[in-house]
Design a protein around this ligand. Structure first.
Ligand SMILES: C[S@@+](CC[C@H](N)C(=O)[O-])C[C@H]1O[C@@H](n2cnc3c(N)ncnc32)[C@H](O)[C@@H]1O
Length: 169
């Protein structure tokens, strides 16, 4: 478990939360609590509201005024993979579902110490150059890796890109 500096803002802010799987991973590594989350799909909203009845959903992340959102130590984002997936149209940053620009804006305002991102491995071919450049420009150093679900014991490959970035300020 990573030792926490308690002078920093606490908590995890979750973007494109889904059922909160990435947040569970972040909580298990960083040992922090969910402070707010953001999703627009009724299914994930139902699951998250059940498990975290007291944690607010900020809704559509494209509509949020980030200057009014409580700061957090960690932001997670498993943003939609359709623009980058080999199974899709492969439009990358041209896809209307490409949400990274809004996530980047949120990070620029919130400036969390850690950012944890998750997407399909195909993101490395489509759009990850933009993500890397934006993180670097905001002063984050980062490491990434591709992990298969089978490496965690699941009976399928499902390769996923994970990125952990740290604010160097
Ligand atoms: C790939 S899933 C995330 C899965 C998540 N990492 C998990 O562990 O469950 C992407 C999520 O982004 C959400 N999403 C799409 N557009 C959004 C938006 N404008 N604002 C907030 N969430 C959005 C979708 O509803 C979906 O649940």
């Amino acid at each position: 478990m990573i030792e926490l500096d308690l002078s920093e803002p606490e908590g995890i802010g979750s973007l494109c939360t889904g059922y909160g799987g990435l947040d569970l991973a972040a909580i298990s590594v960083f040992g922090d609590k969910l402070k707010w989350w953001s999703d627009i799909d009724p299914g994930p909203i139902k699951v998250m509201s059940h498990h975290h009845p007291d944690v607010p959903n900020l809704g559509d992340l494209r509509e949020v005024d980030w200057t009014k959102v409580p700061k957090v130590r960690i932001v997670t984002a498993g943003y939609p993979c359709q623009p980058f997936s080999n199974a899709g149209k492969r439009l990358g940053t041209e896809d209307p579902r490409h949400l990274w620009p809004w996530i980047s804006d949120a990070l620029g305002v919130l400036r969390p110490r850690y950012v944890v991102l998750e997407n399909v491995a195909g993101h490395l071919r489509r759009g990850f150059d933009v993500v890397s450049a934006d993180l670097s420009a905001m002063g984050y150093r980062f490491a990434w890796g591709v992990v298969s679900a089978s490496e965690a014991g699941a009976p399928h490959l499902r390769k996923r890109l994970f990125v952990v970035a740290e604010n160097t300020d």
